[in-house]
Design a protein around this ligand. Sequence first.
Ligand SMILES: [Zn+2]
Length: 295
Amino acid sequence: MDICKHLSDDMTRPRCAGVQFNDLASLVAGVKSVVYTSVCGREEARILNGLCSDLGLDKLVLADKTNVAGEPVTDLLIGTSIKKMRAGRKAYANVLSLEWGVALDYPECCVRSYISWRKEEDLVRHIRSNSPRGAVFPFWMNNVFNYYSRLSSACEQRDFMAFSGMNRGLERESIIPWHPCSYLCPGTLKKGKRIYEVLEHYMPLGAAARKTALSKPVVFWDKFIFAVLNGSCVKTSGGFAAKYEGLSGPLSLVGPAAAKMLAGTGTLKVSAGGKITHPPGLRLPGNSVFLPFTT
Ligand SMILES: [Zn+2]
């Protein structure tokens, strides 16, 4: 398999925008045998054909569509298991089904949890509430910046455009290409680590940049409202302590009041349940949850 051509730190070579590095790494790691993707236009279709032949992957077309710009877009599955790809094609009519998630090799517990998500609260909060209290989360579980399958209303789509505009040029791809059921889901913990190891092997610079971005503690309010603390956190007897020097990217729609309170150097003490207890004068607006991501 000629993977180095497709999974590398060289960002100048042509690639399909719809084929994520983490998906490719999942195939290489053997964590996934099927990937759902799309190609837009003839040039991308040609690149995808090259990728499939280099990596020995099969391809199964799901649907031909036209995007808002009037360009032809093809939804398809690529992978190493034609049997699972056929199961995926059958389930494609309902992408909220267990069959679809399982055909794409997502852990069944995570698919069930995603299907049970009620969209009144953001998915990150849903996952946080299913996660054990008082434990830190490895960076490869961090899906805070992964908006795939997380946007529903037109309003959220608009906010996403604003968010993307503010963070143009910033790599925001996660390590796990699905949403976990819990930030300590045993299946995802194991699989995510393997995906990261493949990324680290073939694209060390990109993998290191992801690790840096995803291993910082996050004060989270909502989908586009969060503060990434530029620092690290450790477990303490009562919960967590996070040392930081201001905020890190990506920029969010958090607003100046909270951003100002978290500017500069500081240490937050947080209870196991996620309540900020120190410094005593810190009164962050609204109802935030603390996400203790670490290296
Ligand atoms: Zn799970």
